[in-house]
Design a protein around this ligand. Sequence first.
Ligand SMILES: [Zn+2]
Length: 302
Amino acid sequence: MQGFNKYYPPDYDPSQGSLNKVRGKHALGDRARKIDQGILITRFELPFNIWCGTCNNHIGMGVRYNAEKKKIGAYYSTPIFSFRCKCHLCDGWFEIQTDPKNTRYVVTSGARQKDEEWNPEENGGFAIHDTEKEGAHVDPLVALEKTTDAKHHMETVQKPRIESLQGVSEHYNSDPYTLSLKARKRFREDKKIEQKKKQLDDNIKDRYALPATMSLLKEDDKEVEAAKTEWQKAKQEHDLREAKRRKTTLDITSLMSSSHLSMKKSPASSSDPLNSLRSQILRNTAKRSTAIRSIPTSSVLP
Ligand SMILES: [Zn+2]
């Protein structure tokens, strides 16, 4: 019986070797019963549909057998194995081999393989072509090593480029202290300018109660000039309007005085209610405007 567990009997003597050796068993147990012929029993699953050569029955892909696995050769360094299976429907044997060259299995004896290789060209479809050129090197490293073109390219382009890059790198790494000093000095200056600008912006924001998160535009001389001219234009217009308004007020005042006179001259007009109302309004407004304008003179008098 094969030793499945770690039980060591009391009479076991380590000097005799391992437990399997003492019992005369292989570590792989019954699967290694033909190991002296180079055969190991393994579980093998049919990779395709076959017909048994003895009973002519169809055996489906995926049926598993306890196959006798044996190394029968090698393709370069890859071993070629054969699997000998006994048909489960009859007493016949069939043999399947690995084919490392074409990465597949082939039936060598005792059965027929169902041909299920699909060739699109044969069936009215499009053939699949190899787009890679014959003999082209897929591996760039292989290409670099083996083609003269690549070598030439390396000599004329790659090497000078790498050398120039190395030169630049050496130039920058020769005196890191000075470079660092320069960079830090510039950062400090930039920081000062930034802080000054921030303070100015904050002042403006405070003055006009703008939100603190709002970002202001950078001051530009042209913009400032344009804004100034715009402001001057608007101010001129405003002044003009103001002058016009003042003139109308003066006109109203003069009208008031004249209507006052005419009222005195012709009392008949006061009989008209609309006219009297208008003159009343004019008088009231005129009085006020004269009163306002008389303030400075009266304040000067005492
Ligand atoms: Zn059979």
